[in-house]
Design a protein around this ligand. Structure first.
Ligand code: TMP
Ligand code: MG
Length: 297
């Protein structure tokens, strides 16, 4: 038996240490990663969800906010509106994570959630100038290891697409304030439309909710056209809807999907293992994605 380990074996030994890591088919992961490594980092692009994927789900036993929650909890919103948004969350979030409902059953309800929430926000006359403070005052937190993740991808000129059903203006502010909004980052999300006095009047373009990321991807062909030589994809998500974020990628050769399973673990574990190559259960770090990036660069 040879004591000489291959680069993949060394890498795998490193990630195996993480007790939160679950893989259904190790050979498949090995095949994908070796093929991606062979092709080189010039062929790599990263596509990631934002809320509860790049940001933490929990911190010190307390839930962390999504982009929408950051606004909701800020002083840009009246207490009456806060109450209504909370009622929407209480009604629709359990539906979002309900493993007994199909995507077809959930889809109209998710559209309803986003539509109602955005309507409430537009009625609040939110000022563009107040968004930075809302983020600054919030408890939003990127996952541990975010610095390496963002910096390393930028240093290697690997494009990072953040594809979010949250709010683009808020998301950008979060990564700006943490100083990781590097030039390799592109965001596809719901952006606010302000009137000439800087007051929110609507949301721009087509609504992105958790189950139409496929359509969102196909509307952004220009972006994927620019990246057409990057045929290998690392995808990070926390919802099964995130699996469609790479549907716009042209001439895709390999895709490695890493999924964060944050909530309702027992009910959803099998479906996550079936759809994501690597599943991270209640892991608040980016350690495994970082190990993958290190291996590929
Ligand atoms: P993501 O695509 O970046 O993960 O963003 C979607 C998340 O936003 C999803 O998990 C639900 C959450 N959300 C809220 O927290 N409040 C809301 O009002 C809405 C519409 C969505
Ligand atoms: Mg998410």
């Amino acid at each position: 038996e040879s004591p000489q380990l291959t680069p993949f074996e060394i890498f795998f030994k490193e990630i195996e240490k993480f007790s939160k890591l679950h893989i259904k088919d190790r050979d498949r992961v090995q095949e994908i990663l070796q093929s991606m490594q062979k092709a080189g980092s010039k062929t790599l692009q990263v596509i990631s969800d934002f809320d509860m994927t790049l940001t933490r789900f929990e911190y010190n036993g307390k839930r962390c906010p999504t982009c929408h929650n950051i606004l909701e909890r800020s002083d840009a919103i009246s207490s009456d509106c806060k109450k209504k948004l909370q009622e929407l969350l209480d009604k629709y979030y359990p539906i979002e994570i309900d493993s007994t409902l199909s995507v077809e059953e959930k889809l109209p309800l998710m559209v309803e959630w986003w539509t109602k929430a955005h309507e409430l926000l537009v009625n609040q006359k939110i000022k563009k100038a107040g968004l930075a403070k809302a983020v600054k005052d919030s408890e939003a937190k990127l996952r541990d290891g975010y610095q390496y993740f963002f910096d390393h991808l930028n240093e290697h000129s690997i494009p990072l697409l953040i594809f979010s059903a949250g709010i683009g203006d808020i998301l950008e502010e979060v990564i700006r304030q943490t100083e990781v909004f590097h030039p390799n980052v592109k965001v596809i999300s719901n952006y606010m439309d302000f009137d000439e006095s800087g007051v929110l009047k609507a949301f721009k373009g087509e609504l992105i909710h958790i189950y139409n990321k496929k359509e969102g991807a196909l509307l952004n062909t220009g972006h994927f056209q620019e990246l057409r030589t990057r045929t290998n994809v690392l995808l990070l998500g926390d919802s099964l809807g995130d699996l469609n974020m790479a549907d716009g990628v042209q001439d895709m050769e390999n895709i490695l999907k890493i999924g964060f399973l944050n909530d309702k673990v027992e009910e959803r574990k099998q479906s996550y293992l079936d759809s994501y190559d690597i599943v991270l259960i209640k892991d608040e770090t980016l350690d495994v994605p970082n190990a993958v990036i290190r291996f590929l660069t």
